[in-house]
Design a binder for this molecule. Structure first.
Ligand SMILES: Nc1ncnc2c1ncn2[C@@H]1O[C@H](COP(=O)(O)OP(=O)(O)OP(=O)(O)O)[C@@H](O)[C@H]1O
Ligand SMILES: [Mg+2]
Length: 136
């Protein structure tokens, strides 16, 4: 389990993950407030060559960005939507990276083939980042 010691190292882990990906992929981010989920998404964006500033899409469900692949950034912290209406498969997964913060809140509708990123706060700047690849 990698331990990161600052935001740059967390972004670096995200970049290493994305640099090896060429297919549309769902990345489920799980961790407490301030764990570093958005920091991880910033690393994803950087690896995709996206220069826009990434902010948590707190008041909208999703923001999308154009890069080497599209990035769909979704955050379920504030938004509760009944499970049936989340059209991950149809709208998001087909053509890009879908990064979902607070994914554990919609776990029953996440695609089974996905990558889970769990971030645990170990100290002020220490984070344990566990990446589990459930793709075939
Ligand atoms: N090793 C680290 N990795 C990531 N973030 C770190 C690290 N050390 C300190 N931080 C700090 O932790 C905070 C992470 O914030 P971030 O917005 O990414 O969290 P989040 O998990 O998205 O929270 P939220 O649930 O509110 O969306 C930032 O202030 C960042 O500077
Ligand atoms: Mg966030």
């Amino acid at each position: 389990m990698p331990i990161t010691k600052n935001t740059f190292e967390t972004m670096r882990l995200a970049m290493d993950l994305i640099n090896d990906l060429n297919e549309p992929t769902c990345i489920a981010l799980i961790g407490d407030l301030g764990a570093g989920k958005t920091v991880f998404v910033k690393g994803i964006a950087k690896a995709l060559g996206i220069n826009e500033v990434i902010q948590s899409p707190s008041f909208v469900l999703m923001r999308s960005y154009r890069g080497r692949m599209k990035l769909y950034h979704i955050d379920f912290y504030r938004i509760r939507i009944s499970d049936e209406v989340i059209p991950f498969e149809e709208y998001f997964l087909a053509d890009g990276i879908t990064a979902i913060e607070w994914a554990d809140r919609v776990k029953n509708v996440l695609p089974l083939e996905r990558i889970d990123v769990k971030i645990n706060i170990m100290g002020i700047e220490e984070r344990e980042v566990t990446i589990s690849d459930y793709r075939n």
